[in-house]
Structures are given as structure tokens and as C-alpha cells.
Design a binder for this molecule. Sequence first.
Ligand code: ZN
Length: 129
Amino acid sequence: MSDSEAVASETGRSETQSGGCHCGRVRFSARGDFSAAMACNCSICQKRGHWLAFVPATDFELQSGGETLVDYQFNTMKIHHLFCPTCGVGAFGQAIGPDGSAMVAVNLRCIDDIDLTGVHVTHFDGRSR
Ligand SMILES: [Zn+2]
């Protein structure tokens, strides 16, 4: 292993992955580090059970299903909790990050063939915020 590879393994890796909802209407590809996830206990994340990885909107491409997505919003209406009305799966959400840039929260559980046992999960106390 070279030095650069060692650094890459320590800081996480950026990779392009495909994913989507259960019925296949919603398909996306995204570039980011999908070896780590955030599990949040806020009112909606707790019920949905999503494991989220955040990527810049520019690193996310919605390939199909955009016309079918339902946009669920509540409270401050800042986050778009999108989901497929056919199968009910929320593959990703959209929000504006703290620095004002558009972000996409990818539901790691919707990445094709992901091995969830290898994902490092960080628990975020969204309920208290
Ligand atoms: Zn679907």
C-alpha cells in the first residue's frame, strides 16, 4: 500500500454508486463516501430508519422517476423528504446545507447491493435540535 492509498483509506473513499427505490421507478447515481452513514433520531428519521450519506447536489444525478416523486415536508419545510408513491421508499432527500449549497441526503439502504454490515454508522441526536 502506498502512502496515498493509506490516506484514502483513513479519510474514506469517494466512489460512484447507483441506487433507487424498490419498484425501480426512481433511479439515481451519486458520488461520495458510502462507507459511513448518519443515523438520526429526529421525528421522521426514527420512523423511516434511513441511514444517510450527504453529497453535494452536483455529485448526484437523478436518472429516472423525478416526475413520480412525492415531496413530504413538515416543520420548517427546509428538507424535501422525497419518496416513491408506488413502493413507498424514500431513496434520497434534498436540502440546503449550512453553507447555503444544495445537498442530497442519500439513503444508504437504497444503494444497489450495498453491504450494510461494513458501514460505519454515526448516531446523530436530531431529536434534541
Ligand atoms: Zn418505487
